[in-house]
Design a protein around this ligand. Structure first.
Ligand SMILES: *[C@@H]1O[C@H](CO)[C@@H](O)[C@H](O)[C@H]1NC(C)=O
Ligand SMILES: *[C@@H]1O[C@H](CO)[C@@H](O)[C@H](O)[C@H]1NC(C)=O
Ligand SMILES: *[C@@H]1O[C@H](CO)[C@@H](O)[C@H](O)[C@H]1NC(C)=O
Ligand SMILES: *[C@@H]1O[C@H](CO)[C@@H](O)[C@H](O)[C@H]1NC(C)=O
Length: 398
């Protein structure tokens, strides 16, 4: 989720811009996916700290956002960054342009989806960074204003095909829940633990206001940490105690009890839907996705503040800190993948959990949902990641 104001950093990059047809096919090892300008600027400003050069090669691809028409890569093409635009539609359209571009070979690329988010004080705090296994699109529901519903309806959101809240959706569009490689997430977490997260006195005073809520918001009171918990997607920027709890409950139900809602943003399920479709045609490996979100604002107010006061206050002060921590943690993950490429990451980290969408489009049986629905032969058969053996690297390169 975004806050209302942001800084623009002046970037002193000397860059080269090329059209797709002018470059040799670039095969990035890591593709960083940002949603909007401040999330991209943090990489442009601090990337050289990683000792891998600058993101100074710009490649223009047809179909990207008019606001962000280029992919930015290091000169060796090992690391690239794309800004997809905000919200589900921009995210899906830009990612599809990337996935289908003949200028890039993404078959062995790790995707680091890295943005700011609204944060659930039960599980994390302002400036915390979450690495997710599940992404949930909670907006795919009927909605009736609760003021015109019977008093025993806990929320106005009702799953498709149902008559009451909190039942499992009977009609699914396929993007309700995505699950990514948990072993890769654990490897990314090990790299993330090398990072020093920044904190700030102003954050400390805002988060202290949650103290009267007692133990349930204990994590919200602590300094920023790295957490393993899940990300919601909703084009509607929801805020406040009731909706946040409703979507907490929705996450539990839609992931069949496994998912834990801690971050909320406006893009990830759209991005993941494109990556499922691209994986069905072997254009990407769905086992190579890391979802990283950093809390820039709380999803609900402290006990003594109204929902509207909390939403419209700009002094939560998490924005700049969450951006720095995206780089602090994300940079360690990028560095780790590149440094251990030959020995570990080139071949991929095999997943032990189900990975893919609610339809079972990449093969396997989802551990959530009402059972696989994608028809055999709908593109997944030979490209199922379960059938695909990693390419061997020759011994001695490590
Ligand atoms: C969005 O993606 C997350 C993570 O993969 C998944 O858990 C969630 O169910 C998805 N939600 C929707 C509505 O697609
Ligand atoms: C969420 O679920 C819990 C446990 O079932 C329930 O007590 C609570 O009232 C629910 N919250 C809302 C807003 O529906
Ligand atoms: C998920 O929960 C729903 C509703 O309780 C149930 O019908 C479905 O079979 C469960 N799916 C899995 C894979 O356990
Ligand atoms: C990785 O392998 C490539 C060639 O396959 C080699 O050029 C490079 O030096 C190796 N990197 C490391 C860190 O060993």
């Amino acid at each position: 989720m975004k806050i209302l104001a942001y800084f623009l950093w002046t970037s002193a990059l000397v860059s080269t811009t090329l059209l797709a047809q002018d470059v040799a096919r670039v095969a990035p090892k890591v593709m960083i996916v940002s949603m909007w300008t401040p999330e991209a600027e943090i990489w442009y400003r601090r990337f050289s700290e990683l000792g891998m050069g600058e993101l100074s090669l710009r490649i223009t691809l047809p179909g990207l956002s008019m606001l962000y028409p280029d992919v930015a890569c290091t000169q060796d093409g090992f690391v690239c960054q794309l800004t997809i635009g905000e919200g589900e539609i921009n995210a899906a359209a830009s990612m599809m342009a990337l996935a289908l571009s003949p200028a890039l070979d993404l078959t062995r690329t790790y995707f680091l989806i890295a943005g700011i988010a609204g944060v659930n004080p039960r599980h994390a705090t302002l400036g915390s960074v979450a690495l997710s296994r599940y992404a949930i699109q909670v907006g795919l529901q009927y909605e009736i204003d609760p003021r015109s519903l019977p008093a025993d309806y806990p929320t106005g959101y009702i799953p498709y095909g149902r008559q009451r809240p909190y039942e499992y959706p009977l009609i699914t569009y396929g993007t309700e829940v995505f699950e990514v490689n948990a072993n890769l997430r654990d490897a990314a977490y090990e790299f993330a633990l090398r990072a020093s997260l920044v904190d700030d006195e102003a954050l400390e005073s805002y988060r202290a206001q949650y103290e009267p809520a007692g133990d349930s918001y204990r994590k919200g009171l602590l300094p920023p940490t790295v957490e393993l918990c899940d990300t919601l997607t909703s084009d509607v920027y929801f805020s406040g105690s009731i909706l946040s709890e409703v979507f907490e409950n929705t996450t539990t139900i839609w992931t069949n009890g496994t998912g834990v809602y801690c971050m909320t943003a406006q893009e990830d399920n759209a991005t993941l839907e494109v990556l499922v479709r691209a994986a069905m045609s072997n254009l990407v490996d769905f086992g190579r996705i890391v979802i990283l979100r950093s809390g820039s604002n709380f999803d609900r107010p402290p006990p003594d503040m109204s929902d509207i006061d909390h939403l419209t206050r700009t002094n939560q002060n998490g924005f700049a800190t969450s951006l720095e921590n995206i780089f602090n943690v994300g940079g360690e993950i990028v560095r780790g993948i590149i440094h251990e490429w030959n020995c570990t990451f080139e071949n991929g980290i095999p997943a032990d959990n189900y990975i893919g969408d609610i339809f079972g489009s990449l093969g396997g049986t989802p551990d959530f949902g009402l059972g696989p629905v994608t028809l055999p032969g709908a593109g997944a058969s030979s490209s199922s990641r379960r059938d695909r053996r990693p390419r061997e690297v020759t011994a001695g390169e490590c």
